[in-house]
Design a protein around this ligand. Structure first.
Ligand code: HEC
Length: 229
């Protein structure tokens, strides 16, 4: 038993040494494989030779990867614009979204969307809540309520869909079906009192939702305003 192991070990050692010797030979430019133009050249020092000779023609490709297919691109081409362009088929209601929220979001965002802190680490920010009178004061030093929730800060419901679909749940982004994203979006909007509990959200109804903060933002149109120099 012992001697078999010894023989096997020795065999392995010899193989490793042989592999090292062979690989060094093939990397040595003076010996050929890397520099066909060096063949027959006088034994110049490595430095002088590399100054005048391009020993490796760049390969036409590196033999790794493959061309992206339409299906590959479709999987990452998921942006939804503010006007709703790019919204997929599917639909969802707040009732269906409540189940998604409890199972996949509440651990980080809290049972009632109040956010979760563990020690000093924020697992997930607050999502639900409106400032009194829809006050829009988010100045850190003066804001009384101030959390930038979906209900009091986000200007477009379509962006909520886009963000949740691409980034949430944070530990498994991209794992929700389109119906689940519509549903959990409906749930968050209903809990923020932006849409009715019974609303059915889909590619047509979602862009029509007007967010409370929609008109709080101005378009950054530098062409018509004073230019910053
Ligand atoms: C593992 C923890 C975790 C889970 C699970 C999770 N989130 Fe989040 N979520 C976060 C964190 C952290 C942020 C803040 C990310 C940042 O600011 O870059 C966030 C941000 C968000 C925001 C943006 C908040 C804002 O106004 O800036 C929304 C909306 C959101 N999550 C929705 C969801 C939904 C819906 C689910 C369930 C489908 C979910 N999240 C699951 C951790 C989580």
């Amino acid at each position: 038993m012992k001697s078999t192991a010894l023989v096997a070990g020795l065999g392995l050692a010899i193989l490793i040494v042989a592999a090292i010797v062979l690989s060094r030979r093939s990397l040595d430019p003076a010996r050929g494989t890397m520099g066909p133009t060096l063949a027959g050249a006088p034994a110049a020092s490595g430095r002088a030779a590399s100054a005048t000779v391009h020993p490796i023609d760049p390969p036409s490709h590196f033999g790794i990867g493959r061309a992206a297919t339409d299906a590959d691109l479709a999987r990452i081409d998921i942006d939804v614009r503010a006007d709703g362009q790019g919204l997929p088929a599917g639909s969802g209601t707040a009732a269906a979204g409540a189940a998604v929220y409890t199972a996949k979001c509440a651990a980080c965002h809290g049972k009632d969307g109040e956010g979760v802190r563990q020690d000093r680490l924020q697992l997930g920010p607050r999502l639900i809540g409106r400032n009194a009178g829809d006050a829009f004061d988010f100045n850190e030093s003066t804001a009384k309520e101030g959390a930038k929730t979906v209900g009091n800060y986000w200007p477009y419901a379509t962006t909520l869909f886009d963000y949740v679909r691409r980034a949430m749940p944070q530990d498994r982004p991209g794992s929700l079906t389109n119906d689940e994203v519509y549903a959990v979006t409906a749930y968050l909007l209903a809990r923020n009192q932006v849409v009715a509990e019974s609303a059915v959200l889909d590619a047509t109804s979602l862009p029509a939702v007007k967010m409370p903060s929609r008109d709080r933002f101005v378009r950054d149109d530098r062409e018509s305003s004073t230019r910053v120099r």
